[in-house]
Design a protein around this ligand. Sequence first.
Ligand code: UT7
Length: 331
Amino acid sequence: MPKAKISALGCYTPPRLLTNQDLEKLVDTNDQWIMERTGIRERHIAEAGVATSDMAILAARCALLQRGIEASEVNAIIVCTVTPDHMFPSTACLVQHGLGARGAWGFDLIAACSGFVYGLTTGAHLVAAGTHDKVLVIGADTMSRIIDYTDRATCILFGDGAGAMLIEPPADGDSGLGYIDFLGEVDGSGGDYLKMQAGGSRLPASHETVDQRLHYVHQDGGQVFKYAVRKMYEVCRDLLARNGLTGDDVSIMIPHQANKRIITAASDRLGIAPDKVLINIDRYGNTTAGTIPLATRDAIEQGRLKKGDLVLFCAVGAGYTVGASLWRWAF
Ligand code: UT7
């Protein structure tokens, strides 16, 4: 029987849109190329001065409001992000303070695009251990802060956004609803293919690193694409198999949104029908740790995710990081 469930969801995206037509004015690209190669039409971009904790707090407040509880009832806050407000203190500390979650502990979790899947399983295990009864898992990234808007290979891909899920023990009557299983893997041999090179202890910020544009995202898109297609399929296949399930049993697959072609290649191989795969990359682009909660909100709003449904979350990202989890949806 599951020992943890997702009990609420809240999201935030900044109002300002950056469309493909806007990008045509910045770099040598065009709407047709972006749509065909990625599926992205527009992304949300935070106004100057807005940081990751601001979006995370707004998303978390929505989740708490939906559940009808006070922030002071939260025991732990996990913020999944690669764009923290600062190197330290952690974004989780800023979110705790901003929410007024007195007594909660928390930390940031760095797993790039797999961040939210890793955060969910971490939160589920805290609750399943019996030591926590309200864990907030937040995926939030302000990617626009680390994107080079002169590099057409990356600037078309990313957007800003945040989402939060609350994890709690199942209640009476929730029989069979909640967390089922997780499978993850990291492969550091792929680290060079998608990274922000400078700003850490290996290459601290200097005039040279700024001049060389090393504080931006650099990606070998082709390498990451091939890895993502293969691993998104394999991790889902193996997770389903060890639970005695096939793609046919999945009510809805909610994958990380990096590229529409990655998602359809993986879901086709898994035998999951297109109408059971959530794709909303057209409206948000890749918001890194934000994609899965944003996609989950769309699934609920579109009536495609209901209580009792078997949901498959999955992601592949920088690191490389890979992860998938299975849940029986609880609200
Ligand atoms: O979420 C984290 C994980 N990240 C991912 O999963 C991303 C994985 N990678 C991808 O999604 C794709 O590799 C991209 C969308 C980044 C690129 O698509 P691609 O089909 O792999 O294109 P490419 O990089 O092989 O480039 C094909 C051509 C090149 O021109 P030539 O050399 O064939 O003349 C590029 O210079 O397209 C050109 N190109 C562009 N053209 C117009 C690259 N970017 C653009 C652009 N607009 N924005």
